[in-house]
Design a protein. Structure first.
Length: 280
């Protein structure tokens, strides 16, 4: 979070003092409507929203990074007008901060990098925040589509890009993030509820290109697929709001472009290597 812990403690104390002063002034035993409900019934905060993604088939190092980031976020409390910053909360993705090497997306390709997997954590929390009715203040997509969330519902984080949201609700909220080796689940607890559903629409498919590369380790004329290629896409993300089970509003929140991945075919150039004999 961008606000220091000491500021949050001071704010909570001020929050309680205002409630107590208002109670004394009104001459009633209960808290005031404006401040007291959240204090007097703090133990009654309820699950506002949750969101789960699957990471069970990830590499061990990627699993480790996901679970480490989740632990750093779990239990975060935000008071009204507080802003959550993923980068401030999780910290730098470095070996010194406990993170390991795993696949990341960089410049339209999958490469090895420290902290691979943390974007799945930020994306899981992002979707939970949307379903809780919170205000997203900063989010960026990946350059490639990801498997764990629908297009236009990912939240890429890096040293240059943060994911942030603001508690614009009437009372404090608590963010819990749990993992079990297969699933990561984000839960938001508070006092406000909203009925909202996410909707992703693909508006255009971007076909992949095929690229041939000479390879002198293959017999002359032989071809071998090095990368299969994958279409890219343009997408839109919507939030659909419901009341008493009826759709009352649809809001376009994002338009994104995800790059296609090239199909790479290696073409043999070595005349001194005998072609492989066809199998019977």
């Amino acid at each position: 979070m961008k606000r220091k812990a000491t500021i949050r403690v001071f704010k909570l104390r001020l929050f309680i003092l205002i409630a107590l002063a208002a109670t004394a002034a009104s001459g009633v035993l209960g808290m005031t409507e404006k401040y007291g409900a959240d204090i007097a019934n703090a133990h009654e905060s309820k699950l506002m929203a949750h969101f789960t993604t699957y990471y069970g088939e990830s590499s061990e190092s990627r699993k480790y990074n996901i679970e480490l980031a989740a632990r750093k976020i779990d239990g975060t409390i935000l008071y009204p007008e507080d802003e959550f910053s993923f980068n401030d909360t999780v910290g730098r993705r470095t070996e010194a901060n406990g993170f390991k090497n795993a696949l990341i997306i960089q410049d339209g390709a999958f490469v090895e990098g420290i902290g691979g997997g943390v974007c799945q954590v930020s994306s899981t929390v992002y979707n939970c925040a949307l379903l809780s009715g919170l205000t997203i203040s900063h989010v960026r997509p990946h350059s490639l589509p990801v498997s764990y969330v629908a297009p236009s519902f990912d939240a890429m984080v890096s040293s240059e890009n943060d994911f942030c949201f603001v508690n614009t609700l009437s009372g404090p909220i608590t963010l819990k993030v749990k993992t079990d080796g297969k699933y990561i689940r984000a839960e938001m607890y508070g006092f406000d509820t909203v009925s909202v559903r996410r909707r992703s629409e693909t508006v255009e498919v971007l076909p992949f290109e095929t690229e041939y590369k000479d390879d002198d380790t293959l017999p002359l004329g032989e071809e071998k697929i090095d990368a299969y290629g994958k279409d890219g896409l343009k997408s839109e993300g919507y939030l659909d709001f419901f009341e008493d089970g009826k759709l009352i509003n649809s809001v376009l929140i994002r338009r994104d472009t995800y790059l296609p991945q090239k199909r790479i075919i290696l073409k043999g150039t070595n005349p001194d290597i005998a072609p492989a004999e066809p199998q019977q």
